[in-house]
Design a protein around this ligand. Sequence first.
Ligand code: PEP
Ligand code: MN
Length: 354
Amino acid sequence: MIITIHDEASSEERAQLMAHLCRITGSQHPITTTQMANGEVIALDSSIIDPEAHTLLSQQRAVAKITSPKTTYQLASRVFQNSDSQIVIGNGHECNPVTIGGNAMPVIMSGPCAVESKEQLLMTAHAVKEAGAQVLRGGAFKPRTSPYQFQGLGIEGLKLLAEAREATSLPVITEVMEPGMVETVAHYADVLQIGTRNAQNFPLLLAAGRNSKQRPVLLKRGLSSTIDEWLLAAEYIIAAGNPNVILCERGIRSYDQQTRNVLDLTSVPLLHQLTHLPVVVDPSHSTGRRELVPVMSRASVAAEANGLIIETHLDPDKALCDGRQSITPTILTRIVQETRMLARMMKEEVEVVA
Ligand code: PEP
Ligand code: MN
């Protein structure tokens, strides 16, 4: 159940509504509101509210309307918000912000899997910018399968990402692995990435939802998440107060050993039906093979992805992390050109048909 608050509700009327909600839900905590494109809202589990309480609730002066999407996720649902969410990346720091979602051109995010050194990051940042990428990626905190592998430079990596933003004006995206680090990562980064291994780390999702700067969150699909589990993970972030969620298909685990994961491209058009959130594809982690990255980038844009996140390294074979799937800046340049051309053609096609 979603309660939309009247735009013109007075602070008294709002306070009355909050007190009423605390009473009927038995909550000891302040009720969280989220500013969505179509108004300020509160989402609740309707099963805890009996019909009489429901009537009383709808009579509260601060209540504009009550809607009940029939899906388990609510605020993420297209039933609740029909118009595509458009999210601005990079408006909290000095850089070139970019809009993702809806009819905006696909946004290309690229950079190394891991921030390895100042020289590596700055050179790669300039190279991916030159190639046409609009957002710089780079992991400072790396969730590695083995404890003996390179774990990232940590805070030092975050500082280098901020330096790279200053040098190139590209907004930056980096992974956050623990709730206690959300505010620190949000201080340096423009987008918080939640990785596949943490896709159902609920305390982390809540902390990202509550981040004081409302930084957008790129939520990767869990290794074995269903679409509904993924959307419910997004719902945690939105219901905690942050509507700026970008979904990222990065492949799911299956039995085949040839590719690192299975790139489920069906999820892209399907998600566009189910949710208003932007959807991007990661052709690097989903394939694990650099030679497959260009074609799957084109396929992703053809499937109407709102963006791509691609690993680029100046010398992929020497990368400290994920070199096998990393492409060079030269290949990235081609991918940017091809996917832009494709996206433009698809847009023109839509305009002609309309
Ligand atoms: C990454 O982006 O480098 C990463 C670790 O991704 P994933 O969480 O999709 O494995
Ligand atoms: Mn990686």
